[in-house]
Write a protein that binds this ligand. Structure first.
Ligand SMILES: NC(=O)c1ccc[n+]([C@@H]2O[C@H](COP(=O)([O-])OP(=O)(O)OC[C@H]3O[C@@H](n4cnc5c(N)ncnc54)[C@H](O)[C@@H]3O)[C@@H](O)[C@H]2O)c1
Length: 501
């Protein structure tokens, strides 16, 4: 078994595409001796040159010295025969995503290498067990799943196949660390951590869009301004490409036997089938001109008179504190004509009006769950008086941007945050990883500002549970079924990351 810190560690990489090249770059930068093989020799040579070019640019930028780059480059060699990998201590496979082709390669490699050579696959979606089962020594096979672009993305998932030897898994952890990545371990499960956990953000965004509650530009703006996401779900899908996002979504949904929590929308499929893949085709959820998205405004126009008085519908400290800053007269008793302001959690205005008896024509709701310093989301029931609603928008619009959406239990941010948190809780419940590793994986693998369990704690376990429970009741859709992990922590007043010691 190889020792990850070995000065003369001998690594083989098969497949010199985007991933193989990135893995080679971080490996040689860590002083690992790399042999790179591709069935297409010119692809391997082009990748070697590209890797050297990227390292040379580090000298120009002042992030590496000439000596460091020369030392790294001397560690990289392209070989034109698979048999040249015979002396490798560990081999990472990064070839085409096809089970039979990968199995064939693993069979060939086993016939070449020593019995203690570790064979790792960088597959994104194939079960490690399905590759390992054709091997003579399945215990030496595991997953080592890097993210694209490898030199930038600090995460690596170490996938423990059903037969993987714990010592192999441990050695791959060490290799990941030596290559400058943060390893998280995960069992052989569909989508591993990141490709499963990432489903909630995009599919719930698509559900909100399909219900015509809000536009992609509005949903993206709310998640950026309200919770610090670098990109909203639609910007993210356009960047990743629908050709990657849709098949992964479908694969994970099917692999979890159509769990409604992982379901997507018909709209998702039609964009994929229409070839509206995102930035790479110039058209996805947004149209791109010179690489820039042509996004319509996410902001409601502010025009006309602001309301002079607001009636706060229910006693709510957060609403009182928010409204106190608005510079208008506030009241708690309905005078029969002023706008009624509310901050529902997991309810739409229709349900709030039914439950409280409030006049839906004068009821205007704001989402106080996300940060409202720069943007606030506003909604009303289908029969809200547009003039009354506009008078409230005119008050709010004096100090922040306003996103005006259709009636929706949970607005935008409550829905998205609760769905991300719930999926993270479910991943903890089924033992995919520790809460800390789930959070690390989602922050490093997807650039989320907080991990799903941290989001759950930020929102509060009880509030997250309440949003989901109400959404499930109002929609009748088990898509919003709360995880038992979440229910227990909400009922017991524990943190989402609580684990019994
Ligand atoms: N691109 C990503 O974002 C990403 C992220 C994580 C994991 N992955 C996984 O990494 C693997 C490689 O992905 P990629 O994006 O680098 O693909 P790619 O198409 O850029 O490169 C694949 C390379 O493998 C070579 N190849 C194909 N069959 C071969 C064989 N039998 N023997 C030797 N070489 C062979 C091809 O010539 C090609 O150069 C896939 O399993 C993919 O699922 C991709």
């Amino acid at each position: 078994m190889f020792e990850p810190t070995d000065d003369n560690l001998r690594l083989g990489i098969v497949g010199a595409g985007a991933m193989g090249g990135g893995i080679a770059q971080v490996a040689i930068s860590a002083g690992v001796q790399v042999l790179l093989f591709d069935q297409n020799p010119s692809a391997a040579e082009a990748t070697r040159k590209a890797v050297i070019g990227r390292l040379e640019r580090r000298i120009e930028k002042g992030t590496s010295s000439r000596e460091e780059v020369d030392r790294a480059v001397a560690c990289l060699r392209v070989v034109d025969e698979l048999s040249h990998l015979a002396d490798r201590q560990v081999i990472i496979e990064a070839i085409v995503e096809d089970l039979e082709i990968k199995r064939d390669l693993f069979r060939q490699l086993e016939a070449l290498v020593a019995d203690d050579c570790v064979l790792a696959s960088n597959t994104s979606s194939l079960p490690i067990g399905a590759i390992a089962r054709v091997c003579r020594r399945p215990e030496r096979v595991a997953g080592l799943h890097f993210f694209n672009p490898v030199p930038v993305m600090r995460l690596v998932e170490v996938i423990r196949g059903p037969e993987s030897d714990p010592a192999v898994v441990k050695a791959l952890h060490g290799l990941g660390r030596r290559l400058g990545r943060t390893p998280v371990e995960v069992p052989d499960s569909p989508g591993f951590l990141v490709n499963l956990g990432g489903r909630a953000f995009t599919t719930e965004g698509l559900a909100i869009l399909q219900e015509r509650v809000a536009t992609p530009a509005q949903i993206d703006a709310v998640m950026r301004d309200g919770f610090g996401f670098r990109m909203g779900p639609f910007e993210l899908m356009d960047l990743t490409g629908m050709d990657v996002n849709f098949p992964v979504t479908r694969l994970v949904h099917e692999a979890f036997f159509h769990d409604p929590r992982l379901r997507s929308t018909t709209l998702h499929r039609s964009l994929y089938e229409a070839g509206r893949l995102g930035r790479k085709t110039g058209q996805g959820h947004y149209r791109y001109v010179d690489g820039k998205p042509q996004a319509p405004s996410a902001d409601a126009p502010v025009s006309g008179d602001p309301a002079g008085k607001l009636v706060l519908l229910e006693p709510d400290e957060r609403l009182q504190a928010f409204a106190a800053e608005l510079g208008v007269e506030l009241a708690c008793d309905d005078d029969g004509s002023s706008p009624l302001l509310a901050a529902p959690v997991g309810e739409d205005c229709t349900e709030l009006s039914r439950r409280s008896g409030a006049d839906p024509r004068r009821l205007v709701a704001v989402d106080l769950l996300p940060d409202t310093a720069t943007r606030v989301t506003v909604m009303g029931a289908p029969n809200v008086d547009p003039d009354i609603r506009q008078s409230v928008v005119n008050v709010l619009g004096r100090s922040r941007r306003v996103t005006l959406i259709k009636d929706s239990p949970g607005f935008i941010a409550q829905r998205l945050l609760a769905m991300i948190a719930n999926l993270g809780c479910e991943m903890a419940q089924i033992g995919l990883a520790s809460p800390a590793d789930i959070d690390t994986a989602m922050k490093l693998g997807l650039n989320y500002p907080k991990g799903p369990l941290e989001i759950c704690d930020h929102v509060g376990c009880r509030t997250t549970f309440r949003i989901l429970e109400r959404m499930q009741a109002l929609t009748g859709d088990d898509r919003y079924r709360p995880s038992q992990w979440l229910r227990r922590r909400a009922d017991l007043g524990l943190s989402a990351g609580f684990i019994a010691t």
